[in-house]
Write a protein that binds this ligand. Structure first.
Ligand code: NAD
Ligand code: WQD
Length: 337
């Protein structure tokens, strides 16, 4: 298959590109590089021994998108392009809505005109807001607490309406829980700009000596050790979830949604200890106040993806810490060096 990967130079995109190429698919990447480096794509080619096609373009640009569909006979699209920093989205809501929603609208219009109607979307567990029942099933009531999350919720609603309007569309939205880790080669991984917002990139930078200590955001939650609990899944498992979704797009027309998670909750302290096992050294931390907007617990019921897509997370948190540490220690300055 010829698969178009928007946002393919990013963290999840590069790992998905590797799995697609290794499965024998052709990959066309569209990325504006607003949050990534072209070097990451060269590394994908090094890992796989295959080449991919890269177009540096913005998905909000209709002419650039039309040119991509004119040049390539695309069979299916995996749409990962988007801005994803929750805090930044609160500061710059219009930029987030413009980028994330215009990219989706422009992409869908271009696909429709080209007669390509097989689409997989990156959604997020953030669309569940602060749910009161665990594990989270796909029919949980949706709500959001920030513009980034709302952009994902609106994206899903747009795809609902699109699929209702025209039964030729086959669409799957994947609601990712917390992706962590890196490819086992250590050649690609997460490369946050500035101070990391997320737990594992922060821990990795403390472990490598780039930051002094981890701030644990609260130890007074109603959880076994008082720290926040999340469903951390290895990014390679997540990447394989996209292949499973593409393979099952034609099973049913319309718009379907699936959780991609492990089904297991891990606390901040358990995550820290797992990373210490990977590095073999203690990682300094201090407990500080809760981070505004955080929820106590969030983990998936991933059984629908297992049933319909034949997908299950198989890698452990220790695998993710080992691979994340290999990436971090070999590339302390990320792709820019
Ligand atoms: P990332 O920032 O590493 O990758 C996103 C890529 O999209 C980047 O390479 C960026 O340059 C590109 N991009 C952004 N806007 C673009 C545009 N208008 N046109 C072309 N390219 C554009 O982030 P990621 O972690 O790989 O996330 C990929 C997708 O998964 C995003 O949609 C994100 O919201 C979603 N997601 C991520 C997480 C997570 O924790 N990483 C969780 C749930 C959902
Ligand atoms: C995990 C746990 C923190 C950093 C966010 C987005 C969500 C999704 C994934 C895209 C929490 C604690 C963190 C630190 C800490 N992205 N923590 N010290 O909050 O589940 O989700 O990223 O869709 O939309 O909201 O992930 O990694 O930020 O935090 O103690 O320096 O680690 O309080 O309990 P989160 P996270």
């Amino acid at each position: 298959m010829n698969v178009l990967l928007t946002g393919g130079a990013g963290y999840i995109g590069t790992h998905t590109a590797v799995e697609l190429l290794q499965a024998g698919h052709e990959v066309v990447v569209v990325d504006s590089l607003v949050n990534s480096h072209e070097e990451a794509l060269r590394r994908v080619e090094r890992i796989t021994g295959r080449t991919l096609t890269f177009h540096r373009a913005d998905c909000t640009d209709p002419e650039a998108m039309r040119a991509v569909f004119d040049r390539h006979d695309i069979d299916a699209v995996i749409h990962l392009a988007g801005l994803k920093a929750v805090g930044e989205s609160v500061q710059q809501p219009l930029r987030y809505y413009r980028n994330n929603l215009n990219a989706l609208l422009t992409l869908c219009e271009t696909m429709d005109a080209a007669g390509v109607r097989d689409l997989v979307l990156s959604s997020s567990a953030t669309v569940y807001g602060d749910p009161d029942r665990m594990p989270i099933t796909e029919d949980t009531r949706l709500s959001t607490t920030n513009p980034y999350g709302s952009s994902k919720l609106f994206s899903e609603q747009i795809l609902d309406d699109l699929a209702t309007s025209d039964p030729r569309w086959n669409i799957i939205s994947l609601r990712y829980f917390n992706p962590i880790g890196a490819h086992a080669s250590g050649l690609i991984g997460e490369d946050p700009q500035g101070v990391p917002n997320n737990l594992f990139p922060y821990i990795a930078q403390v472990a490598s000596g780039r930051r002094e200590r981890l701030s644990v955001f609260g130890d007074d939650y109603d959880t076994p050790d008082g720290t926040g609990v999340r469903d951390y899944l290895h990014v390679v498992d997540l990447a394989n979830g996209h292949l499973a979704a593409v393979d099952h797009l034609a099973d049913a027309p319309g718009h379907r949604v699936y959780n991609l998670g492990t089904g297991q909750g891990t606390s901040v302290m358990e995550g820290l200890r797992a990373f210490e096992r990977a590095t073999g050294s203690p990682i300094p931390y201090e407990v500080v106040g809760r981070r505004p907007g955080d929820i106590a617990v969030c983990y998936a019921d991933p059984s629908a993806a297992a049933r319909d897509l034949g997908w299950k997370a198989v890698l452990t948190i220790d695998d993710a810490c080992r691979d994340g540490w290999r990436w971090q220690s070999a590339n302390p300055g990320g792709f820019a060096g």
